[in-house]
Design a protein around this ligand. Structure first.
Ligand code: BG6
Length: 481
């Protein structure tokens, strides 16, 4: 259905995220008829562009990132775009230009901050001081919110001074992914799974987010961040909350997020002295990716001193509550791994040994997030003929994003949720802070540690230490060859 008309103001309008994700997502929703023609998308950035020049860049970006773009629809879409050259962090900048463009207070206004997070507080203050924040304004904050617990708190406080929490939309695009949302349906609409979703039945859980890409020219950002901040603190911990949370009383934003934050608060702090047994960091050295030779991280980065930034993390988390105590949640994410793959594996405990021969494994539910979202839960059945040899009857279901109402990209649904004012799939302040509270001691320990990340060859599943971490408990990563 069509949303009410709006003004979408993007700070960081010439940046990579805007071109690669935000404009293509808004375009697709427009092409699907969900965005009214009189909506406006206002780009702001420091570059001295005009409407025409920004539209030209947008046209190019749509050409690159939307494969079925229709040129007459593109023309109509581009007509909605305006550009104001403005440094949002500068109170003395040309705010009048933006103010005169935003002349309709009765429209929903979304301010999307896709700039360096250090500017969020200043931009929020300026929006308020310049009278641009209306009753129905929302502010969307891209990750990362801070770089550790203290800085995250500061960002939240600074923005919170000018925008009430229910108008702050912290985006984590993994929550916009079809298969991630599906975890909620799978868990709570299937009594069979719901009853087996605990320490009695689950042996362990794995969440993998593997990428083949390396730095992609983002070295400036990435080297100061690393895989723990870039992927684990947000995307993977968000997935973990959805897998592990208790049944919410409803699907309302706060009901859902109350349960998610409880999971984060129940994460067992990683033991300082024994961090090495629960957390592995890696960095790729030269190898092959997609059949091509690729350089080591440090060569790609081309810095002066060798960098200790991790491009891979594998860790073992535990949730200290009645449902999950003792069940390992293994998370891993890395760049330059063998393939692009995001998946959640719930390994159920093996049956009593003996009947079908020893060592018969338990079932495993696989939720594939990407590519090709799907859910697979094999049932063991008897192989036809004599005897009781078992085989897997594959019960799997494709989660087809191409179906009516589906999204090709996670940002599509989320961008419109912000217009509609529904924060259910956005991250609340206490969630971000709880996630940082758990992750920050790892960062601190690494900083104290004289060693660095373990090397792994590009195109492999990370350092051997990641495999050993699971082997010690008699477990193995689902993909690891
Ligand atoms: C971003 C990270 O948040 O997520 C990137 O900053 C990463 O480094 C990306 O590549 C992965 O997203 P997706 O949707 O491709 O899994």
């Amino acid at each position: 259905e069509r949303v009410d008309t709006f003004d979408y103001v993007i700070f960081g309008a010439t940046g990579d995220l805007t071109m690669r994700k935000l404009l293509p997502a808004l375009y697709r929703r427009f092409a699907a008829g969900q965005v009214p023609d009189d909506a406006r998308i206002v780009g702001t950035a420091r570059s001295p562009l005009d409407d025409k020049a920004w539209r030209e860049r947008a046209r190019q970006a749509l050409g690159e990132h939307v494969n079925d773009a229709d040129s007459s629809v593109v023309d109509r879409f581009l007509a909605m775009l305006r550009y104001v050259s403005l440094n949002g962090a500068d109170a003395n900048a040309h705010w009048d230009g933006l103010r005169s463009l935003l002349d309709r207070d009765d429209r929903v206004r979304v301010f999307y901050l896709a700039t360096a997070p250090a500017l969020y507080g200043d931009i929020a203050r300026n929006l308020d001081a310049k009278g641009l924040r209306t009753e129905t304004s929302r502010i969307v904050l891209e990750k990362p919110i801070g770089t550790d617990l203290d800085t995250a708190r500061r960002v939240n406080e600074d923005v919170g001074r000018y925008f009430p929490e229910n108008s702050i939309f912290r985006i984590d695009h993994y929550l916009g992914k079809e298969a991630v949302q599906n975890i909620i349906a799978l868990r709570f609409a299937n009594p069979m799974l719901e009853r087996m979703w605990d320490r009695q039945s689950v042996d362990y859980v794995q969440v993998t987010a593997a990428e083949t890409v390396g730095l992609e020219g983002r070295g400036g950002y990435y080297d100061g961040s690393g895989a723990l901040r870039d992927m684990i603190q947000n995307h993977l911990l968000q997935v973990l909350t959805v897998v592990a949370m208790e049944r919410p009383v409803s699907l309302d934003a706060d009901a859902l997020r109350d349960e998610k934050v409880r999971v984060l608060a129940s994460l067992k702090p990683l033991d300082r002295d024994d961090l090495g047994a629960s957390v592995v960091r890696g960095q790729y050295v030269e190898g092959t990716s997609g059949g091509k030779a690729v350089p080591a991280y440090n060569d790609e980065l081309d810095g002066e001193a060798p960098s200790r930034t991790e491009t891979f993390v594998a860790l073992r988390a535990e949730i200290d509550n009645a449902r999950w105590r003792g069940v390992p949640f293994y998370l891993r994410s890395g760049k330059r791994l063998p393939r692009k793959l995001t998946e959640i594996v719930v390994q159920f405990r093996a049956t009593e040994p003996g009947l079908f021969g020893d060592g018969h494994p338990g079932s495993r539910l696989v939720i594939r997030v990407q590519p090709d979202a799907s859910v697979t839960l094999p049932l063991f059945v008897k192989h036809p003929g004599n005897g009781f040899a078992l085989e897997e009857a594959d019960a799997s279901s494709r989660l087809d994003p191409g179906a009516a109402g589906g999204f090709q990209d996670a940002y599509e649904g989320l961008l419109l949720d912000a217009v509609k004012g529904n924060p259910a799939l956005f991250v609340r302040k206490d969630e971000t802070e709880a996630a940082w509270a758990w992750v920050t001691p790892i960062l601190e320990a690494w900083q104290r540690d004289e060693g660095g990340p373990d090397a792994y060859e590009a195109g492999t599943w990370g350092p051997a230490s990641a495999r050993h971490m699971l082997q010690r408990e008699g477990h193995a990563w689902a993909e690891d060859a």
